[in-house]
Design a binder for this molecule. Structure first.
Ligand SMILES: Cc1cc2nc3c(=O)[nH]c(=O)nc-3n(C[C@H](O)[C@H](O)[C@H](O)COP(=O)(O)OP(=O)(O)OC[C@H]3O[C@@H](n4cnc5c(N)ncnc54)[C@H](O)[C@@H]3O)c2cc1C
Length: 504
């Protein structure tokens, strides 16, 4: 008997993630087929993740040591933001992934942030309160032993090309069907559903459902179904990137470093096999040659190192699920990679679709719920990312001055967050009320606003009264962290995997 078919178009990271998750969820009753074209290739960038990727591998029961070794991966405790602010004492801060300890210490940070927002001269830089910051600065792996009673979240850095290849191998072992074919035509039924995709040789590939993972090409959701694109270009100006690969660190750190440059920012991502650099910038403010030159100087790369230039389409589809087509990955949208959120949004989209699909919730009403929730996730991430630019205090270029002084319209939610912050209101309460603490938690909002030094000017601050102080003992926090870290290996030790090849 012919089984019903779910066709994934595109074999980048998004396509293989979708295929694997679908195979696990419904592969016993549906055929999952992935069609990609080796003539098109994959984008092959995107080397940082959030902790969501850990749950992706865990859910698929793929051992961490195996995939990390195959993909030249390292651990990631968070991101250092360097030189985004020129305010004394705030020229660098760390945005950590959550750890159990931060829950307790964040209360102290929030307390001090209230005092500082009201003009009292107290310490409100976030780094000292964060466990993952302590781990990263001491080059300790964030992995904790099984008996450790506290959660320490972490993400990864990985080689994007190797990750797609690895996922493909696992997917084929697990029963996903694969075709290498260039799709040149799409056949719609009278109802407007996709009936088949047709390749350059004229072969029809029919299916009941189609997952568009064709990257920026957006072959099905855009080209075929003409779903409008909501651009974020009015608030997020960066539309271009240039990348370089440099030799690996002898001891890779477990953090991404994001350094503000003249017309954007540069990532530094340590892999086992190399260090990846990328400059994300606005083509309105500099040429690709200027960007490349600046990145080369920043990374210490001479002319022998090849540079790769990319354009980025920043925004999202108005709908991600239309008829029998669901867009996943770059085809559905992209927010510039400052907080490495793309794969997490991809994973979230597939999870939401699978949930609805398995329940048989595929009617109009459910599509609407799905599209509204995916749009909200994108918009919430957009808002958080834009705070980095809005709160910058750099004076070295028009790009940074304009980012702060001539921003596009802020969303209602973001305007409310800023009002609350400047009025010294209850930010955690507001975030909950607005339901925007899902994408970024209360902690993340405090880390960014405190870390960028969004406080009254230093010269206006007055001494706090003894009753204001919470009795925070920074020595005690440091001592506590130091004792906890006895449970962690050095990052480099943790990367010496057993070398077991269980799946491949
Ligand atoms: C500069 C930059 C930095 C980034 N950094 C990060 C990061 O740090 N973290 C993160 O999570 N994400 C990041 N991303 C996003 C990340 O790269 C993507 O989310 C991820 O690679 C998934 O891409 P994709 O699979 O959607 O598309 P692609 O990798 O582009 O794959 C598209 C697939 O579609 C196929 N295809 C296209 N047209 C056809 C056709 N006609 N017929 C058949 N097949 C076709 C291609 O063959 C390919 O297999 C970054 C992106 C950019 C641009």
């Amino acid at each position: 008997m012919n089984r019903k078919k779910l066709i994934v178009v595109g074999g980048g990271t998004a396509g293989w993630m979708a295929a694997l998750m679908l195979q696990k969820a419904v592969g016993d009753s549906w055929t999952i087929e992935l069609i990609e074209s080796s003539k098109r290739g994959i984008i092959g960038v995107g080397e940082g993740s959030t902790p969501a990727l850990k749950s992706f591998f865990e859910d698929l029961e793929i051992p961490e040591d195996e995939w990390m070794q195959a993909c030249s991966a390292t651990y990631k405790s968070g991101i250092t933001f360097d030189r985004w602010s020129e305010k004394s004492g705030f020229t660098s801060y760390f945005h950590p992934f959550y750890s159990h300890f931060d829950r307790d210490h964040a209360k102290a940070l929030i307390h001090n942030s209230h005092l500082r927002r009201s003009g009292k001269d107290v310490h409100a830089h976030p780094d000292v309160f964060s466990y993952n910051h302590y781990l990263a600065k001491n080059r300790l792996s964030p992995v904790v032993p099984h008996h450790f009673p506290f959660e320490v979240q972490y993400g990864y850095h990985f080689d994007a090309g190797l990750l797609a290849q690895y996922l493909k191998k696992v997917a084929l072992i697990r029963g996903v069907h694969h075709r290498d074919a260039l799709i040149t035509e799409v056949d719609l039924s009278t109802s407007g559903d996709i009936a088949a995709v047709i390749d350059e040789k004229g072969e029809r590939h029919e299916g009941e459902w189609f997952i568009d993972c064709s990257g920026f090409a957006a072959l099905l959701i855009g080209d075929t179904l003409k779903t409008p694109f909501t651009s974020y270009a009015d608030t997020l100006w960066n539309d271009s990137a240039v990348t370089l690969a440099m030799p690996p660190d002898a001891e890779p750190p477990c953090e991404t470093v994001s350094t503000a440059l003249k017309n954007g920012w540069a990532w530094r991502i340590p892999l086992q096999s190399r260090v990846g650099y990328g400059y994300v910038y606005s083509s309105r403010y500099c040429t690709r040659e200027e960007a490349e030159e600046e990145l080369r100087a920043h990374a210490g790369a001479d002319a022998s190192v090849d540079a790769r230039h990319l354009s980025m389409n920043i925004g999202r589809r108005e709908e991600h699920w239309v008829k029998n087509c669901v867009a996943v990955g770059l085809s559905q949208g992209f927010i510039e990679p400052l907080e490495a959120t793309s794969l997490a949004l991809t994973q979230q989209t597939i999870t939401r679709f699978i949930h609805a699909f398995r329940e048989g919730n595929t009617g109009e009403e459910f599509r609407e719920i799905f599209n509204t929730s995916v749009n909200k996730s994108y918009d919430d991430v957009r808002d958080y990312i834009s705070v980095h630019f809005l709160t910058n205090s750099r004076t070295d270029s028009q790009y940074w001055v304009d980012s702060r002084e001539k921003p596009g319209p802020a969303s209602k939610a973001l305007s409310a967050v800023f009002s609350c912050w400047f009025d010294n209101g209850d930010l955690p309460g507001l975030l909950k009320h607005l339901k925007i603490d899902g994408a970024y938690s209360n902690f993340s909002w405090h880390y960014i606003l405190c870390g960028m030094g969004v406080f009254p000017a230093a010269e206006t601050l007055t001494s706090p009264s003894p009753k204001d102080l919470s009795g925070i003992d920074f020595e005690q926090i440091r001592d506590f962290f130091a004792r906890c870290t006895l449970n962690h290996q050095s990052h480099i030790e943790a990367l010496k995997f057993s070398g077991l090849k269980r799946l491949l």
